[in-house]
Design a protein around this ligand. Structure first.
Ligand code: DPN
Ligand code: ZN
Length: 330
């Protein structure tokens, strides 16, 4: 679901560019009218579907000792859940055993099989949590927004100009180990095919910030354009620098970006003034705690992240995808 309408300036610019005058032929006295086609839009990701994935991840934790730590039964069940949903949608899904991980367990990779194989855009999130709780904001949230985006892409089957590859990483909490293993497993040629990697780690924080990794980069442009269109005034993700799965890609020379809503760092008064929430309090009050449950996620924030990912996928990889996002409140 999308949060609110586009800025007036964007709407006006697009409406002006796309307005097609229709001259009525039947009557010279009838007033001329115009038809404004809807801008080519990225799909509106239903936040209720994203929340349903979060509920499943929480149930998985509850049924498996209270957490989804890499190498645990809760992690294995999380992989099975994502894999099952992707396979039902038509994806070929690969499990990669991470042999260098602290807790031996699998990365999950799913590529949408359309578009050039040597022009790949990747979207990733860590699927593992810490052992203190179910890990819903950290990072069922990133896992769920990616899963729902993958399902919507498969449903819509647009004409692709690039390959889209999704990844769910293991053993992030022990030191970015799943993503590092994956990057090292690629040949130099395969690494060269990956034109960008986008990371999503903690995208539903209840006292949220709107953070973008490498915000001024061209890689970040579609993520930034979407949040700019909502008037969110995003900032650089300083707190998360070098702390999540974009780091191994960055180290390998692959351009990276991503969204984050913030972890244990505290919101400043300036940030509270523009984003709302509580200044002096952590973005996520339950970071790595047992209270990181489905109650520890903001639906509004989750929605703005999910829709921005769809916008980026359509901008980067779908034919005719250079457009402003359509507006909606659902
Ligand atoms: N999400 C944190 C974790 O996986 O433990 C790492 C992190 C912290 C990422 C702060 C971004 C910002
Ligand atoms: Zn995390």
């Amino acid at each position: 679901m999308r949060g609110r309408t586009l800025t007036a300036a964007l709407v006006l610019a697009v409406a002006t560019a796309l307005t097609v005058p229709i001259t009525p032929s039947a009557s010279a006295s009838a007033p001329s009218r115009t038809v404004t086609p809807a801008p080519l839009a990225a799909p509106d990701i239903a936040v209720a579907n994203v929340q349903a994935h979060l509920t499943q991840f929480q149930a998985i934790a509850q049924q498996n000792g209270g957490h989804r730590r890499a190498g645990s039964a809760g992690y294995t069940a999380s992989v099975a859940y994502v894999k099952g949903r992707l396979q039902a949608a038509g994806y070929t899904v690969t499990e990669q055993v991470c042999t260098s991980c602290v807790y031996r367990s699998n990365n999950l990779i799913a590529e949408w099989p359309a578009g050039p194989t040597d022009q790949v855009v990747m979207f990733g999130a860590h699927l593992d949590g810490v052992s203190s709780g179910p890990g819903i904001n950290d990072n069922a949230s990133g896992s769920a927004v990616l899963l729902e985006n993958a399902l919507v892409l498969a449903q819509q089957r647009p004409t692709m100009t690039k390959r889209v590859r999704f990844a769910w990483w293991t053993d992030e909490e022990q030191g970015l180990n799943g993503s590092e293993f994956y990057v090292r497993s690629l040949s130099a040629a395969q690494r060269g095919y990956v034109k960008g990697y986008y990371n999503f780690d903690m995208v539903g924080s209840t006292n949220a910030g709107y953070f973008i990794n490498r915000i001024t980069s061209t890689t970040a442009a579609p993520l930034k354009a979407y949040w700019d269109s909502l008037g969110l005034q995003p900032e650089e993700n300083r707190e998360g620098q070098g702390r999540s799965d974009d780091y191994p890609f960055q180290q390998a020379g692959i351009p990276t970006s991503g969204y984050a809503a913030g972890a244990s760092a505290r919101k400043t008064s300036t940030q509270a003034a523009k984003w709302g929430g509580t200044s002096g309090a952590s973005y996520d009050p339950c970071y790595h705690r047992s209270c990181d449950t489905t109650s520890n996620v903001s639906a509004t924030v989750l929605n703005r992240n999910a829709d921005g990912i769809a916008y980026a996928i359509w901008q980067l990889a779908v034919s005719g995808g250079t457009s402003v996002p359509a507006s909606s409140t659902t």
